[in-house]
Write a protein that binds this ligand. Structure first.
Ligand SMILES: Nc1nc2c(c(=O)[nH]1)N[C@H]1C(S)=C(S)[C@@H](COP(=O)(O)O)O[C@H]1N2
Ligand SMILES: [Mo]
Length: 305
């Protein structure tokens, strides 16, 4: 990639104290406006941005998780994921690539540019967070191994080690957990392999040592603890798509206008306390419409949900 992606949620915009103060004032201003029963459209929009920019705490991000390999309770990953060995770790990269092989995680880390990306995460279950990830662009890794002309999709696979993953005793979904992206989605500069959060190595419950993050799609696309990446010309099967294809489509773009068959997706709820925890409208492509809408131009987003 010739350039580095800079969006509205980089550390530079979020961390400085004056920016923080600014957001606080926006929130306070909006709250006052609410009391008077009058929020200008612009002010309401600023409030939504202020809410979106406030990262969740380390505690929230590492104690409320979905990682079914360790159980289906939100607290199970924090309780049991420490049983997973993450060192050594290697990733098999195969299929339609020039340099297939087994790549050591440490070698990958030393050849990639690690940056901080503060992204919204929206689970299909309607809870949402803002997470300061560290990681590298998936495109950089794919360019390193050399994607062949014939490749159209990227398939991903999670570790499946029954001795260290107690959730594998239950056939909730087919193990290993698998996911997939279209090649242009995988190459998009917003798509990262995350290797840490809050500038610390990735906690096991969040998908150590590296997991995919695709911020404009429902959280289940962001597959954890990846051991295999395959370039292919066929749309790859996905763990939740195999479970129920009409509920969990291949694309799974966050979309307030396409409901889950069993619940509305018009609203979401931030994990975490106080004023920020209120129900708020779901954002198209999770707030990344400007960056990714062109990937889906002319596509029927209901049919290809
Ligand atoms: N291997 C694997 N990856 C997974 C999951 C899982 O159960 N197994 N859950 C997904 C879901 S549903 C969500 S919402 C996110 C949650 O990521 P977090 O726990 O880091 O917030 O991880 C996704 N990746
Ligand atoms: Mo999820």
């Amino acid at each position: 990639m010739a350039y580095r992606w800079k969006n509205d949620l980089t550390a530079a915009d979020v961390t400085p104290y004056d920016a923080f103060l600014n957001r606080r004032q926006l929130i306070a201003g909006a709250a006052a406006g609410l009391g008077l029963g009058a929020i200008a459209a612009g002010q309401a929009h600023a409030t939504a941005d202020a809410r979106a920019l406030e990262p969740n705490t380390w505690e929230e991000i590492t104690s409320y998780n979905n990682f079914y390999e360790f159980g289906t309770d939100k607290g199970d990953p924090a309780r049991y994921a420490h049983e997973m060995t993450t060192d050594p770790w290697s990733i098999e990269i195969d299929g339609m690539v020039d340099n297939p092989g087994t790549y050591d995680f440490k070698d990958i880390m030393s050849s990639m540019t690690i940056e901080q990306r503060i992204y919204r995460l929206r689970c299909v279950e309607r809870w949402a967070m803002v997470i300061p990830w560290n990681g590298f662009e998936l495109a950089d890794l794919l360019n390193m191994v050399g994607v062949q002309e014939s490749a159209k999709y990227v398939a991903f696979e999670t570790l499946a080690r029954p001795s260290e993953m107690r959730g594998l005793r239950y056939n909730v979904i087919d193990w290993p957990y698998v996911e997939g992206l279209r090649l242009d989605e995988a190459m998009h500069p917003l798509t990262i392999m995350a290797t840490g959060l809050y500038d610390k190595p990735m906690p096991n419950q969040n998908g150590a040592p590296l997991r995919l993050v695709v911020p404009w799609k429902y959280g289940y696309k962001s597959i954890k603890s990846v051991v295999r990446i395959t370039l292919t010309d066929k749309e790859p099967p996905t763990a939740w798509g195999k479970y129920s294809s009409n509920e969990y489509g291949f694309y799974s773009n966050v979309n307030p206008n396409v409901d889950h068959p069993r619940w509305s997706q018009a609203y979401e709820q931030r994990v975490g306390g106080g004023l920020l925890a209120r129900r708020t409208p779901t954002l198209m492509f999770n707030g990344y419409e400007k960056e990714v809408a062109s990937l889906y131009e002319g596509m029927d987003l209901v049919k290809y949900h």
